[in-house]
Design a binder for this molecule. Structure first.
Ligand SMILES: Cc1ncc(COP(=O)(O)O)c(C=O)c1O
Length: 318
């Protein structure tokens, strides 16, 4: 083993607190690969997954040649499903939507076997002992990749470290050139995560994670969420019963006018992601998931913003 290089030019300097949120969990390169890790460890043969989710979750399922079937969700984003049919060899993927479904996710996990919790949208939710869970920190933070997995089942894999330096230009461009200039790079870098083998989280991603103030991030997100909820709660078709500890990803505002609201926001440079474009291809109009994909406006509430931006958003909507 070579000794560590000493001297010469500097590397990127980051704040190192030597710890970060979920640093006790196994850290891998993406959330979909954390899902693959669970599928390999549990040797499931069939997976139930929601129509209302992201299509990249099919990557590991198809790679491992597993069969799968979809289920719909109801007005509260809860599964419409007869849990008694789940066999020992079958896994049930359950999404903590937008980070606001912690209560029901816990209740279902206690009740039914073989649950896999998708906390890609609920980074701040604690894992539940004995329940397979995965996370995607890049949905909440300025990093390019990474995933965390919590599972009672372990597999012996010799993993390479991922490398992130070549997929970070969208993060850099957004700082110096603005949101629009970095968007193409964001899409390219996002695509570079497709069909990757399971790897360890990159050193660079871990370094950045070590420098973040998670209490501050949680506090800002909650405050921003509350500001929007106070004004939009009544008009919001989606009713939310959230816990005090909840740290949401976005504010999901469900409206039949979603399309025009999104366009109005976009014209003022407020960008809202669509969750998820694949849903209306996967299912037909009579499924509630279809309606959700068309009606949810995902309003930004993250740590970059404060009351000022929330009021700007509210002014546009009203
Ligand atoms: C609900 C959900 N789960 C999982 C994933 C996959 O996360 P990753 O891109 O880290 O693999 C995504 C989006 O990419 C998602 O929206």
């Amino acid at each position: 083993m070579e000794n560590k290089a000493i001297g010469g030019y500097f590397e990127l300097e980051t704040v190192s607190r030597k710890k970060y949120l979920h640093d006790n969990l196994l850290s891998l390169n993406t959330a979909r690969n954390c899902f693959e890790y669970i599928l390999l460890a549990k040797k499931y043969k069939h997976i139930y997954l929601p129509y209302f989710t992201c299509d990249v979750l099919l990557e590991p399922i198809e790679k491992l040649g597993l069969s799968y079937s979809f289920y719909d969700v109801d007005v509260n984003l809860e599964p419409i499903f007869d849990f008694s049919i789940i066999k020992d060899t079958e896994g049930f993927l359950l999404n903590n939507y937008f980070g606001v479904k912690g209560k029901i996710v816990k209740a279902i996990s206690e009740k039914i076997p073989n649950v896999i919790i998708d906390n890609a949208q609920a980074l701040f939710e604690d894992p539940i002992s004995g329940i397979d869970t995965f996370y995607s920190p890049r949905k909440f933070l300025g990093i390019a990749d990474g995933g965390f997995v919590s599972s009672s089942a372990k597999i012996d894999l010799v993993l390479k470290d991922d490398q992130s330096y070549h997929r970070m230009d969208h993060l850099l461009k957004r700082v110096e050139l603005g949101a629009e200039s970095g968007y193409e790079a964001f899409k390219t870098n996002d695509e570079s995560l497709e069909n990757q083998p399971i790897k360890n989280m990159s050193k660079l991603t871990k370094r950045i994670l070590e420098g973040l103030d998670y209490d501050q991030i949680a506090m800002r997100r909650r405050k921003n969420f509350d500001v929007l909820h106070q004004f939009l709660g009544k008009a919001n078709k989606l009713k939310m019963d959230i816990e005090r500890t909840t740290v949401p990803m976005i504010y999901p505002f469900q409206s039949t006018d979603a399309k025009s609201i999104k366009n109005k926001l976009k014209s003022k440079r407020v960008f809202c992601a669509t969750y998820w474009p694949n849903v209306t291809e996967w299912c037909t109009m009579e499924k509630y998931s279809y309606r959700l994909a068309n009606e949810i406006v995902a309003l930004p509430i993250d740590q970059r913003y404060s009351e000022k931006e929330m009021e700007f958003i509210l002014k546009i909507i009203s």
